[in-house]
Write a protein that binds this ligand. Structure first.
Ligand code: FES
Length: 184
């Protein structure tokens, strides 16, 4: 027997032939790939769940549909709405109020009712001694129709960012008052 023939003789317990190896490899790769795919499908949402709240503070920068523009008059009206918030892993729903009106130019704006003195809630036209003003029941702060501070409070009432779209008023984040400056 030549050395060449010896090399070709299959060993009963030796390594698998090239054909068998390919089949095994194919199964290994297929099962491995499927397992990795399923594993990734399970793990990726968990990673996203863990990381997403850190990246996004839900509720910020969003606009909420509040009222039809046709319902807004020059007299301030109170609108209450809910804002879903997500701060990290903590989800909550805040109930917010806005006083909305049209100014003399027909522009719609919305005031926050949070008093700039110590944070009580103001209301429109709720003190007979000071008609057509916002009044705070806690320490008597007063504000004009555009939110300008008259007494006690150090600053004007804040405003909501306002967007008009398709005949509806949308409100966004609370920002410093710009309406009072127009009348200054
Ligand atoms: S909190 Fe409004 S006047 Fe003090």
């Amino acid at each position: 027997m030549s050395s060449h023939e010896e090399e070709q003789e299959p060993h009963p317990q030796g390594p698998p032939s090239l054909k068998e190896m390919s089949r095994r490899q194919f199964l290994t790769y297929t099962l491995g790939g499927a397992t990795a795919f399923m594993g990734a499908g399970a793990v990726l949402p968990m990673i996203r769940f863990a990381v997403d709240p850190i990246l996004h503070k839900k509720g910020e920068g969003e606009f909420i549909k509040i009222a039809e523009t046709s319902k807004i008059t020059d007299e301030p009206q109170e609108f209450t709405f809910e804002l879903k918030q997500q701060d990290g892993w903590y989800a909550s729903t805040a109930t917010l109020t806005a006083w909305i009106r049209k100014n003399e130019s027909g522009e719609i704006y919305a005031l926050s009712p949070i008093c700039k003195h110590l944070g009580c809630t103001v209301r429109w036209n709720n003190n007979k001694s000071y008609p057509d003003e916002y009044h705070c029941p806690c320490h008597g702060a007063r504000y004009t129709k555009v939110g300008k501070n008259l007494e006690v409070a150090p600053k004007p009432l804040d405003q909501y960012k306002t967007k008009i779209d398709g005949g509806w008023v949308y409100l966004g984040d609370i920002v410093p008052n710009t309406e009072a400056k127009k009348e200054a």
